[in-house]
Ligand binder design. Structure first.
Ligand code: GRF
Length: 200
């Protein structure tokens, strides 16, 4: 079983969706540890309730390089093979990325490269796009930038509110994060420049 390390800062609904898929036998992986940089993250409490190993690693006041070294060390202590960012609200340093080459994933609530950064659903709503969605991508040193694994489109309705739109995007996030991971864990793939391509 592939050992996943989940890193989060908040609610943790994407983490829970992945945990559910594992529990239902749909994902050949196990969650080795859930780490939060915010001690009060609901996602961390949810992980504890499920009996998973959890680590609270507060980032407040800690220098980024030093923090990322501690984070990488904690993940390695738990023999993590894939790092799953699930609402982790910090950029990772180059040093951290090098520790897990091609093994760090993130989910972002827009069709990248549109609307990177915070509040992507609001950004898309305010811009007036008719289609937005979500993206599972590999993580590099730049914000919301690495090679794309999977995307799902969500139509913006005239009657939408940012909240209603966010909720529909979130449903797709929960679906595609596990699907992307399942593909990467069970099929041959490679990264060709920026393109994630299935097959040898
Ligand atoms: C999601 O919208 C995800 O796309 C973004 O942060 C949010 C995390 O939500 N990266 P949750 O903590 O998984 O519920």
């Amino acid at each position: 079983m592939t050992r996943l390390g989940v890193v989060l800062s908040g609610r943790g609904s994407n983490f829970l969706a992945i945990a559910d898929q594992i529990r239902q036998g749909n994902l050949p992986a196990e969650i080795a540890v859930v780490i939060s940089n915010r001690p009060d993250a609901p996602g961390l409490a949810a992980a504890r309730e499920r009996g998973l190993a959890t680590v609270s690693l507060p980032s407040k006041g800690v220098d980024r390089e030093e923090y990322d070294q501690r984070l990488a060390a904690t993940l390695k202590e738990h023999q993590v093979e894939w790092v799953i960012l699930a609402g982790y609200m910090r950029i990772l340093s180059a040093g951290f990325i090098r520790e897990f080459p091609q093994r760090i994933l993130n989910i972002h609530p827009s069709l990248l490269p549109a609307f990177a950064g915070l509040d992507a659903q609001h950004q898309a709503f305010d811009y007036g796009v008719k289609i937005t969605g979500c993206t599972v991508h590999f993580v590099d040193e730049q914000l919301d930038n690495g090679p794309i694994v999977l995307q799902a489109a969500v139509a913006v309705e005239d009657s939408d509110t940012p909240e209603a739109l966010s909720a529909r995007i979130l449903r797709e996030e929960h679906r595609i994060y596990s699907e992307a991971l399942r593909t990467l864990l069970t099929k041959p793939w490679r990264i060709d420049n920026r393109r994630v391509v299935l097959g040898q």
